[in-house]
Design a protein around this ligand. Sequence first.
Ligand code: HEC
Length: 133
Amino acid sequence: MEVRSSELVTQLVAAALVTASIAAPTTPQPVFERDVLPIFEANCVRCHGPKLRMAHMDLSTYDHVLKGGESGDVVVPGKPNESRLYQKIQKGLMPADKKDALSSEQIEVVRKWIEAGGANIESAGSVEVGGTR
Ligand code: HEC
């Protein structure tokens, strides 16, 4: 009896795992260089770039983004709501001149990127989508 019921548990766990992996989103998480940097380049770098570092912040490279601005870190990996960069765009405060304001899709890309940990480029393990070949 003992053995059989633990077998059943194992099967249930296995079934749950299969279901979870099927239900997982197939779109990869946003990564900095492919998804986020183009947004910064189009909308932010004219004020936060190597030439004009407003608020002492340069958003033109990953390393500089992680360095943050005059008030410290602007990205807190995993916590968009605590990331000043996300707060600013979510409230519509950046771009400061309101020219080329971000679309809600672009804001969402940045949110997801921070939420997923703020990775630079896709790590080898997460590229696999499976079942497409
Ligand atoms: C027209 C110029 C301009 C543009 C474009 C612009 N910013 Fe700014 N940004 C500023 C100025 C000026 C400040 C400092 C004053 C402030 O914090 O409001 C600032 C401050 C910031 C800060 C706070 C930095 C700190 O350390 O306090 C963040 C984060 C920020 N900007 C993000 C962005 C993002 C993301 C974009 C692009 C979507 C962007 N900005 C576009 C002018 C700009």
